[in-house]
Design a protein around this ligand. Sequence first.
Ligand SMILES: Cc1cc2nc3c(=O)[nH]c(=O)nc-3n(C[C@H](O)[C@H](O)[C@H](O)COP(=O)(O)OP(=O)(O)OC[C@H]3O[C@@H](n4cnc5c(N)ncnc54)[C@H](O)[C@@H]3O)c2cc1C
Length: 529
Amino acid sequence: MNIVIGSGPAGIGAALALLEQNLTVTILDSGEDLEAEKRLRISRMAQMEPEEWCQGDINNLKGSVSASVKGVSQKLAFGSDFPYRRPQEFKPANSSTIDLWSSFAKGGLTNVWGASLLPYHHRDIQDWPITIQDLESSYKKILSWIPMSSVEDDLLKDFPLYTQANVPLKPSWQATQWLRDLNESKSDLSKAGFTFGRSRLAVTTDSNTDSVGCKYCTLCMYGCPYESIYKTSITLDAIRKNKNLTYIPNIVVKNLKEENGKVIIQTRSRTGNKSRSFSAERVFVGSGVVPTAKIMLGSMKVFNEPVFVQDSQHFILPLVRYTRTKGVSEEKLFTLAQLFIEHFDESIDSHSTIFQAYTYNDFYTEALKNLLGPFFSLAKPILPLILGRLVILQGYLHSSLSGRAKLTLRHSYQNESENLMIEAVKNPITAKVVEKQGRLLWENRKYLKAFPLLPLNNLSKIGHGNHYGGTFPMKKKPGHLESDTLGRIKGWNRVHLVDSSTFTSIPPGPIVLSIMSNAYRIAKTSMLT
Ligand SMILES: Cc1cc2nc3c(=O)[nH]c(=O)nc-3n(C[C@H](O)[C@H](O)[C@H](O)COP(=O)(O)OP(=O)(O)OC[C@H]3O[C@@H](n4cnc5c(N)ncnc54)[C@H](O)[C@@H]3O)c2cc1C
């Protein structure tokens, strides 16, 4: 029997590869889920058209999320924080300095993700012991399982689609007009290192017998009642029909041990604390970066010796377009990323920076309210003028330009507990790089037909962009606490880490497609060894 831990992108990527080879797979999952009352409410909404929803249901689905110019406090799923709820022993002991979000939910963090998809570019994984060619067939496989709204545009040059172009989402009016503006200056922008195109999103656009296409109800940031935004629990529910798959929720994996050609897995129930152990030929660990570090450091009894999480650090920069789009707050639109912009200029850095551009969503009004304080009521009459020009860019840097997080497992002999300490380790160059990116946008404002609000250029805390990993980096010749190309930490034979814990470095831009594809690659290849 093969055991996969987790039902997020990593666990599902690995399970797909094992099932494809007709192998038996058991997924052990902590499996938190949405509260029953909310589930009922959402399924009622899914039976109706958005115009038929009552305000009470909409308010309940939105919950209370606060927004500022630095972004949202914590994105919820249908007003619930269930994707982030953790068992006590997985809570960091010092969460005041930095807290990397991890998930113990069915579907993991894809319950709240932004659904942005992009493969990696070879220039950004030069230090990995595998190449883009090693990932290509897995990209194709994974994209045969998840919907992707995409078009064939200039991004193709650096980022192949690896699937047929799909019926794309209809961009917002503002994105359509800005794209037109950008296209007019395409050659100048290209000389300055900018390539742009429509966002690629894991969203169903066309209704069919199995799924409902996007209805442009504007609620993407809160949760899609129609499940048009992909989450890995959708694939899990589909593959549960396969007789080779067993899914066991409510299981929290504590530690692993290799013994006589088998792996012994010690667990407890999430609700109830009941111990149970499993035995497997091979284990694929996809519990997400922080839980995986806790499980593996604890299993190896590596105490007081830090490992480092590499981060693709994130910054938020508002842009003001030269022209205004009218009626943005009344438009029926999707509110995920509308455009992707890549910036690459070898004379500045050997890696690219990836921007995701967002046009209007209702967080903007609240962010402006918080920014302007008592002056907000004075600004109210001109609000449509501001909102019709405002675009928010979220930028992502390569990990070599970003800070890191130091994870240390401490053992208390007093009460036999193990506590994970997480500390931020800033990189002195990150703020300068982010400033430089802001200046570059300013210098190119004529071509962008938009200028950045540089005083609001905000470098987020380490980990806030949610693209991190590299705790046990893959190396051709792994050393202490490093892993081989099949995700095995030195000294382990049958335990494969399949989440981003083994990424050698973290490229800029969306990470999920590469997590799923790498997990698929590892699970498929490990069976051949
Ligand atoms: C708000 C937000 C927006 C994001 N937007 C994007 C985006 O647009 N594009 C993108 O590419 N990425 C995005 N990300 C990042 C992305 O969601 C994560 O990188 C990805 O989900 C990580 O996948 P994973 O499978 O490694 O871990 P997770 O998604 O965290 O899944 C972990 C799984 O393991 C299980 N588990 C954990 N510990 C245990 C244990 N001890 N025992 C048993 N089961 C366990 C959990 O139940 C869960 O099923 C976003 C993240 C957030 C928070």
